[in-house]
Ligand binder design. Structure first.
Ligand code: FDA
Ligand code: NAD
Length: 434
């Protein structure tokens, strides 16, 4: 097979790839210079839709409705857009070998791709229960959710197991968003997770208490402090029940697992510097290898605001890091310079009629504010994180766009917190004054 050669190659066809492609077009990339190589069969799309409207019984999202860049209010990049811009969208193509020394990528079918400049945008993969040695984890109707094919299989199972029972393993983002989606589909949902409260990597006990009560009021059963250790199956190898470490056995027609992600760096092991589980970059997403950049979930980059190397597994950073890398590539070619990446962490989630946003750093002391009663008609509450006398992080459930902007500003400005009691009393008013 003849080699294909491009000036620029983006490896991966997810969120970061799509936003990078738009920036390449903005910067005036020439026809035929850029290729995106993706193992997915569709053009880059807004991955967050998969755990939300993609699974809804009504108002369902389907492609081409959520191709990038609609998630941030931009133009939707349909497959035709790439053709018009002369960008090669090489889909259904998994790269199985990367040789950074010879600037070569090789696909599973033996195709060879040469590049001058590579952007690694391979994202994350799911951690599997079989990784922990859980028995029977290969039964059918046990689902993970990362790509659109996974979501399609889950949608089929929801239809096939109408009014059935689901067990959701994990109390993080996937656990909370998928439990809500399954419940909306009239499935009887139970959740199981090892920690004392849900989403412990972000939520305080007070915040989690609201979401757990709200979910319980929706009829979702929550089992904490234990894990799944095995699965029972019928003669067709379909899952029937889940054995928990505390001895309980839960009936289940569907199991959804969300026990974390892992950055897809394995192709580059030993060829590139890594840090904190990701590919180490500078503030322009340049890696330790000349002409190789890494963006999105795989990049461990300098978080200027906290003077620390961090990796972020959220969509806002995937979009912004991709744009930064492409701007840096063009600036370098033109002998110009751009500012270093100066990222303010921003995470969000939506489930049922709930919607929260978080900005900044969740370290230090915490102050809860607002009405956190799960039975209030309109829930508006939040939390501040205070470190070294300054407010460094802010979370808000049910905020208006202006209120969310206000908490973002607090996290960026880091105003002094004169008294924790005062912060609790002032609540959102504090943010709105900054
Ligand atoms: P992304 O995972 O988007 O793309 C990686 C791409 O690389 C994929 O197309 C993959 O197939 C491809 N690839 C990998 N290895 C390859 C190989 N060897 N050869 C070819 N192709 C390869 N965040 C948030 O802030 N709010 C939210 O609501 C959500 N919701 C959400 C829901 C679900 C279901 C998931 C899985 C994730 C989220 N996220 C989120 C996280 C967010 O989607 C994530 O951080 C970004 O998609 C990361 O963008 P990347 O482009 O880095 O990876
Ligand atoms: P996560 O890290 O958010 O949550 C993992 C959870 O797994 C933990 O909170 C814990 O409860 C649980 N867990 C760990 N080991 C377990 C075990 N042995 N048994 C049972 N539970 C166990 O990861 P996730 O929810 O799987 O999400 C995967 C990726 O997708 C992450 O990168 C996440 O950022 C991303 N995502 C983000 C959003 C969002 O930002 N709104 C939504 C969906 C997915």
């Amino acid at each position: 097979m003849a080699d294909k050669a491009f000036k620029y190659v983006i490896l991966g066809g997810g969120v970061a790839a799509g936003y990078a492609a738009r920036e390449f077009a903005n910067q005036g990339v020439n026809l035929g210079e850029l290729a995106i190589i993706s193992k997915e069969t569709v053009a880059p799309y807004e991955r967050p839709a998969l755990s939300k409207a993609y699974l809804f019984p009504e108002g369902t999202a389907r492609l081409p409705g959520f191709h990038v860049c609609v998630g941030s209010g931009g133009e939707r990049l349909l497959p035709e857009w790439y053709t018009e811009k002369g960008i090669s969208l090489i889909l259904n193509t998994e790269v199985v070998k990367a040789d950074l020394a010879s600037k070569t990528l090789i696909s599973a079918t033996g195709e060879t791709f040469k590049y001058q400049i590579l952007i690694i945008a391979t994202g994350s993969t799911v951690i599997r229960l079989s990784d922990f040695g859980v028995k029977g984890a290969d039964a059918t109707n046990i689902f993970y959710l990362r790509e659109i094919d996974d979501a399609d299989k889950l949608v089929e199972a929801i239809k096939a197991k109408k009014n059935g029972k689901a067990l959701v393993v994990g109390g993080g983002y996937i656990g909370l968003e998928l439990s809500a989606a399954l419940k909306i589909n009239n499935i009887d949902v139970s959740m199981v997770y090892p920690e004392p409260w849900c989403m412990p990597r972000l939520f305080t006990a007070d915040l989690a208490s609201f979401y757990e009560s709200y979910y319980a009021n929706k009829g979702i059963k929550i089992i904490k402090g234990t894990v799944a250790t095995g699965f029972g199956t019928n003669e067709d190898m379909e899952v029937m029940d889940v054995k928990l470490k505390d001895g309980r056995v839960m009936e289940a027609d569907i199991v959804v697992v969300g026990v974390g992600g892992r950055p897809m760096t394995k192709l580059f092991k030993g060829q590139i510097e890594e840090e904190k589980g990701g590919i180490k970059t500078d503030g322009f997403f340049k890696t330790s290898v000349p002409d190789v950049y890494a963006v999105g979930d795989v990049a461990t980059f300098p978080m200027k605001l906290y003077d620390e190397m961090r990796r972020v597994e959220h969509v806002d950073h995937a979009r912004k890091s991709a744009e930064q890398a492409v701007k840096a590539i063009f600036a370098r070619e033109q002998g110009n310079s751009i500012d270093e990446y100066d990222y303010l962490p921003y995470f969000y989630s939506r489930a049922f009629d709930l919607s929260w946003q978080f900005y900044g750093d969740n370290v230090g002391e915490t102050v809860f504010f607002g009405d956190g009663s799960p039975t209030s008609p309109n829930h508006k509450f939040g939390s501040y994180w205070i470190k070294d006398g300054k407010v460094v992080g802010a979370f808000l459930e049910g905020g208006t766009p202006e209120e969310n902007k206000a908490i973002a500003k607090v996290a960026r400005v880091q105003p002094p917190a004169l008294s924790l009691d005062l912060l609790a009393t002032e609540g959102l008013t504090f943010a709105c004054k900054i």
